[in-house]
Design a protein around this ligand. Sequence first.
Ligand SMILES: [Cu+2]
Length: 249
Amino acid sequence: MILKNELPEPTSIHWHGLEIPKEQDGAAGHTQPAVMPGESFVYEFTLYQTGTFLYHSGFNMMKQDHMGLVGFVVVHPKEYAQPIDRDFAIMLQEWAFLPGNPYLDLVTMEFNWFTFNGKSAPDIPVLTVNQGERVRIRFGNMSMDSHPIHVHGYAWQVVGTEGGPIPESAQWPGATVNVPPGTTRDVEFVAWNPGLWRLHCHKLHHIINAHADVPMGIMGHGGMFTLVHVIPGDPDAPWTHPRQKEKRS
Ligand SMILES: [Cu+2]
């Protein structure tokens, strides 16, 4: 991985969850020295882990991380025990645009703008899947608050963190997964239930950007809010829960 610093100030990359030599981890100059403007650094390491990891700037973090220098590192295993049909990754971020300040405020904790992958509703793409597909959603949180992400119509399994996959016996079911700052959470479910289902942060301030007085439309709130669209295989089939089918057979 080559980091070419085109910023007017030093930077580096700090990795979450990856077990690598300290020379390859940029953490505010304590390990790898910062990469100066115009310079490059080649990060080189062998990964034995799989899962959903994060990276962010390790230098002047209040500014660089809060302006968006963050991302995912997804390491796939050679083979998944249960193959995934749809694999989504959603970065949770929050921003402060305060009255009287035309610029992003980088030091306040008064966040008033909340995004999935840098976009807020109604501009967040809908997650479209076909009925019966196995879906994974990877959430990463590079903000200063936790975000309890809630889905409608489903109970999912939490199958991974920024430390890698959770052993099957320790996975837990839920319809809301709390994603604390600096972590990732992977959830999986089989999309058996057709329809348009909401997927949103359950801190209600986080689905009403700038506390705007927006009418509650299906995507009208702003903030961390989108939909999972499960396209029915047979639109005329009666609604059936998979467990009801199991009972009948
Ligand atoms: Cu939130």
